[in-house]
Design a protein around this ligand. Sequence first.
Ligand code: ADP
Ligand code: ZN
Length: 649
Amino acid sequence: MAAVPDIARTEPAPAAAAVHDEAAAREALAVLREVFGYSAFRGEQQAIVEHVAAGGDALVLMPTGAGKSLCYQVPAILRHRRGQGVTVVVSPLIALMHDQVGALDELGVSAAFLNSTLEGDEARRIERELLAARLPLLYAAPERILTPRFLAMLDSLHERGLVSLFAIDEAHCVSQWGHDFREEYLGLSALHERYPGVPRLALTATADAHTRTDIVARLELGAARVFISSFDRPNIRYTIVEKDDAKRQLLAFLRDEHDGDAGIVYCQTRRKVDETAAWLREQGIAALPYHAGLDADVRRAHQDRFLREDGIVMVATIAFGMGIDKPDVRFVAHLDLPKNIEGYYQETGRAGRDGLPADAWMAYGLQDVVQQRRMIDEGEADEEFKRLQRTKLDALLGLAEAHDCRRVRLLAYFGEPSRPCRNCDNCLHPPATWDGTEAARKLLSCVYRFQQHGGRRAPRQFGAVHLIDVLRGKRTDKVAQYGHDELSTFGIGADLSESQWRGVIRQLIALGHLRAEGEYSTLVLSESSRKVLRGDVTIELRVPAHKTTKARARKDRRGDGGGAGRGAASAEALPLSDEQQACFAQLKAWRAEVARAHNVPAYVVFHDSTLAQMARERPATLAALAGIAGVGAKKLERYGAEIVRLLSA
Ligand code: ADP
Ligand code: ZN
């Protein structure tokens, strides 16, 4: 397997490949401004665009929301203008293609897609456009591209020098290692073999080195230049709360911080998805369920509403999310623990693609730890795979139990050093901790007594509830039945509350000093329990945080709380005044009508951030309107007059 070139993450790649060409750079910027209405490239975009537009191969690793699409769309437009023909975009999801083409259409770029949803006539019309080289971009699924019919069209274009570029989106689908493996992606190396001279660009948001190596090897990208962006998503605020009554905690979070916002709530099981969605609806929240057990029609309808309407809360299993590039998802909430940090990062990454403040919120408790550990133990996988899964889970538990900056830990997991972020719960409100070492020792000796005392006769079903009863000296029936009130550890922990004891148990399990076994989650000592009993390990526990209140949330956002606040330097992120808010609402209502009439999601017409800037600046002329980010030439022509009128009313 080819190794990934060893390039420091944030450093630009060596400038060997393409010589910087002033004129080409100006041309690229002009396309960005005219067509997309953006004033400047972000991060690595410019280097990538110039490299690819000049015909270089590239592998692009960028976190979700950083702007991967522009990396092939701008070169596609440039190369098409130069007569180099069509860029073929390989994309795994039909919904995604549909939205991308809709968005390009709004920008006045004639892109198209070919997939199984098209009627024969429409497909033939697009094929004619394609063969006539009138399309700068064509989207298609890999299985479509590898059909003889499609390859014959490519042959014909290629003979005339009209295949400009292959852009392979979601390139991690080629790796079995990742979570989204697609058999059809393996066939894509055929493109390179058949058309060796055509440049290729592979893009993914999956960061881990193993997947990266797979992409390079399977797509034969050994000679491609690799662009790795920072994986930080500074506008996402990470918060992990101790689970107490998860549904109510979620409701408070939604009401206090995300009233009327669109977001995703992840649950582990289908049943929990259904229950949670129904319950939220009873509470007056516009929630919809989504999981693989629902009819395809229902799933599609719910996804459509989520994309097209404002303020829908999607309650879902992880079946939902890939390829959802809705930019204004304001929060992702987890009611259950994901499997590992990769999953957590991917799922939370769906929040705030538009760069505006967004929340990644998770409620996490003892049961989560027990359940995830058990799922691994009882899974079908072989021992080695289980060991790997356990290591990955441990890293996630470390993140959940952390008292220091969550972002620093998250990025460190992906090999990226960073400094405390001032935009996570622990940075904003450093948790008070207490020394739980003594409590942990009491607890473990109590478990030890159970194991000794019960002997062979006792059924092994002493879980957390019973253990806490014994420690706190509660004479329940079960305590009496097993004579556990005679143990020397009976009542030695009356000074701590039940929830404090649950915290101790959770942390001990998370750290591997205690294990929960079998159907009844019987607590048993582990190899490393002894270290705690001997006092070699100190256990630091968090004092449960106060509930977030509306006032505190606002204070954090304004940035006069503990830290710099979210989106500190960005004017975009400033809250609107009441008057501006009213204007923003008017613009949104106008946008909803246009979106309905054009049958596209609202954000395809204009992003929230663009509307917010309009409300803030109230441009009175077309020229002033053109200065707002997100207003390109086509949109100015289409909607400019209407908006100026609306704003001056
Ligand atoms: P990704 O595919 O990497 O998740 P997208 O390509 O969907 O990200 O881009 C995320 C958002 O950022 C989009 O709404 C896009 O319009 C916006 N965006 C991308 N590049 C720029 C830029 N240079 N200036 C302003 N907005 C940008
Ligand atoms: Zn932080």
